[in-house]
Write a protein that binds this ligand. Structure first.
Ligand code: GLU
Length: 373
């Protein structure tokens, strides 16, 4: 048995295939299976946040299309059509259990912008205090490349800090992470416990391509993001009998990625590293690259060779060498235009170049997260 007694806030993510038939029609039996298990968790006194896909799939079913269109406006229209239907079904099913749900549609921009993020956090807290089950999905109808998350494994991981999650459970169509391809390798074994995501990275490609879930890589990235916040993550099979209930009650099913209940990164650094949107790149010389990577130093104008992208003060950018190897992400004290003017110079020359100098550092070490090789 696993000891999950510390868990209070549970985020559950379900994919489209766990809610709809292959032709996109919403399958009430499948949905009821999920909802009844969520109701069980809620009755145990935990807070439940559901991240649910299925909007576009439901849209396809409603319009009776035989396949998903390629054009983005059509996909966005399908999401709008399907999302309403999906919520209608959720409302009806949760009502059976005397539970109220709510709809939350977000994009990456909502996590990137501090003000919107705080607003989201406050609203989520208010909903949980009302005893409501928030149902989160990406606002696909309005998503454009710059602000979209793209997949709901990542979206669910982004929600973890916003609701102070203790565990994220990804309900998938496979039992968990295997150390090989279970379809072709009879010796492939389910990995029940992962202490450090980096130890199992090699298994991601195997499983995703072979099983066609389109996602073991994104799931491991989600685990990395969630574990770095001290929160656990699990992958369980949505298709099995009462898997969610059994998992929450401590049965050793699925794969558990242990967050060890400690945060290697502060909330601010976690945001820089995982939740902000990168607005540009600063290319540095080998000396600055090594100093940042090995000694976690601030970035000064002297070591800067070039700048990519147009960004404002306080944006998050990547620091890389000429070959494109990234050594850090950080918040800039100067805009891209200003950095272009001061690149390569000594700090005592900044003022004469810009007619002002607010900082010596282009990125201060406190606002910088080093990425190891
Ligand atoms: N937001 C998409 C939808 O509701 C799903 C994205 C995903 O499944 O990762 O159709």
């Amino acid at each position: 048995m696993r000891d999950l007694t510390h868990i209070q806030n549970v985020i559950v993510k379900v994919g489209s295939s766990s809610l709809t038939d292959s032709n996109g029609k919403i399958n009430d039996e499948k949905m009821l299976k999920i909802v009844s298990q969520l109701a069980y968790i809620k009755r145990k006194g935990m807070n439940v946040i559901l991240v649910s896909s299925g909007a576009q799939a439901a849209g396809i079913g409603i319009l009776g299309l035989d396949k998903k269109p390629c054009e983005i406006p059509k996909k966005q229209a399908l999401a709008a059509i399907g999302q309403a239907k999906l919520m209608q079904h959720y409302e009806n099913l949760f009502r059976i259990f005397n539970l109220t749900c709510s709809q939350v549609l977000v994009n990456h921009g909502d996590f990137d912008n501090r003000k919107r993020l705080i607003n989201l956090e406050n609203t989520m807290e208010a909903m949980l205090n009302y005893g409501v089950i928030p149902i989160v999905n990406e606002n696909d109808t309005l998503a454009v490349d710059e602000i979209k998350v793209g997949d709901n494994d990542t979206l669910a991981a982004l929600m973890v800090p916003a609701v102070n999650g203790d565990i994220l459970i990804l309900m998938s169509d496979i039992d968990g992470l295997y150390n090989g391809n279970p379809n072709t390798d009879p010796n492939a074994k389910l990995i029940s416990y992962v202490s450090d995501v980096n130890d199992v990275e090699e298994y991601a490609e195997d499983s995703s391509s072979a099983l066609g879930t389109g996602g073991m890589v994104t799931k491991l990235n989600a685990a990395r993001m969630v574990n770095a916040y001290g929160c656990d993550m699990a992958i369980i099979n949505a298709g099995g009998e009462n898997t969610l209930i059994r998992f929450i009650d401590g049965e050793e099913i699925g794969t558990l990625f242990d967050g060890h209940r400690e945060r290697p990164l502060s909330a601010r650094k976690h945001w820089i590293m995982y939740r902000s949107i990168v607005k540009g790149q600063i290319i540095v010389d080998d000396g600055a690259f090594a100093a940042i990577r090995n000694k976690h130093t601030s970035l000064l104008p002297k070591g800067i060779l070039d700048v990519k992208g147009d960004f404002m003060i306080s944006s998050v950018v990547e620091i890389m060498d000429k070959k494109g190897n990234v050594c850090a992400r950080g918040i800039v004290n100067y805009s891209s235009d200003e950095i272009r003017l001061i690149k390569g110079i000594n700090t005592n020359e900044i003022e004469s170049r810009l007619n002002h100098k607010d900082y010596d550092e282009v990125i201060h070490a406190n606002n910088l997260v080093v990425i190891k090789e």
